[in-house]
Design a protein around this ligand. Sequence first.
Ligand code: CMC
Length: 462
Amino acid sequence: MPKPGASEAPAKNASAPPGAAALEIRDTRTNESYSLPVVDGSIRATDLKKIPSGDADGGGLMSYDPAFLNTAACRSAITYIDGDKGILRYRGYPIEQLAERANFLEVAWLLRHGELPDQKEYDKFEHDITYHTYVHENIRKFLEGFRYDAHPMAMLNSAVAALASFYPDSRNIFDAEQRNISIIRLLAKVPTIAAFSYRHVKGLPFVYPDNDLSYVENFLSMVARMSEPKYEANPVFVKALEILFILHADHEQNCSTSAVRAVGSSHVDPFSAISAGIAALFGPLHGGANEAVLRMIGEIGHPKNVPAFIEEVKGGKGQRLMGFGHRVYKSYDPRARIVKQLADDVFKIVGVDKDLEIALELERIALSDDYFVSRKLYPNVDFYTGLIYRSMAFPTEFFTVLFAIARTSGWLSQWEEMLLDKEQKIARPRQIYVGPGEREYKSKLSAARSGGKAAKKDALRQ
Ligand code: CMC
């Protein structure tokens, strides 16, 4: 190998065909040059393996990317985001057009199939979903076993995982029919389980699905119906929920979707994979943020306390400004814009309250404060959704459940895309080991515990 400082060696071609776009890099440790093919604005991390790491283990170079800040783990044709320009499209359709003109089931079909459904396809899809809204009675009993104060996300997560035990054939994930029926079942039953969780926490009897109603109306009926023979939802609330479901349906490789893909890559059944997504969504840095926004607003208490709260956030002593910032959007989240408009519509009906005033004041101050401006921290989708959900009388703990109902459509589309992608294998990241080197085992336990059963007995006899 040439010594450092020697004249440059010819580039080693990692696998770039002659004339193809490539990244020419020189390894200053060895003065070797390498040519790494650039395709779709990316180099393949596996191409780096051609470059020796220089470590004792003699392996190839790795890329180190904790939290996947700059690593594409798949090719996907589902959702496009331009975080700098604030663009979000599902299968090429701008989110603004879908939110204004489509309904949620149409979007769910679009996400999975890549095209909008025609009337015949839509009617069958809606019929199939409506037909599968009921859950096995044992699922109802299972939910009844939870404590009265169980978090509905924990209930949803467990019950969706439990569905795997009711549909063992769903493990045949490479059978297109099995995949289809599992997808229909999940889209149909997640709202039912979600509503049952709500009724359980409220101590109310479960309301079974009303298959005369639309997807969103049926869900609202299962949540809110009391003694009336037929539930009639407020049309503004139905429209608002339809739009919020569309906005939350997919968001490319976010934490929960990556969880679904990673767990699904082991070829487990879809119920287990989706429950992994629900678990990831439960976290306050992800879907739990809308719940956290309302708690934060509650703690602030009054618009006059907003400046002091913002100072605390900036000082890093208090919490973060929940509902602000996004890994991908470095401008206004396009969904937040739609949600803000929606909030106006809903608040026209229910009236403006103190919490909305606090939210508006938080947004006003943060958008003009250098701390937030310089870090490109703008309101994200969760900033106003919680306020809308609460004005529709949903309890705070239920907000993330609403997110999960919508995101199930995106998770399933991404799961199926991953399964059918020939490039995908079981997800298995590498690591940089930073622990101790080899050392000899020398127990630090007492003789009674380390000496096996005989020594334990002796110790007990004493
Ligand atoms: N309030 C105050 N400072 C913030 C915030 C915030 N909400 N978000 C980021 N920062 C600061 C952070 O302290 C850091 O500052 P510095 O460079 O001085 O250390 C800088 O901005 C970059 O932050 P980061 O943690 O490296 O950014 P990230 O891309 O890893 O985090 C995020 C993205 C969404 C987790 C984060 O912005 C956050 O915690 N936001 C609040 C929680 C929230 O609203 N989550 C919902 C996300 S959207 C819906 C969803 O994904 O479910």
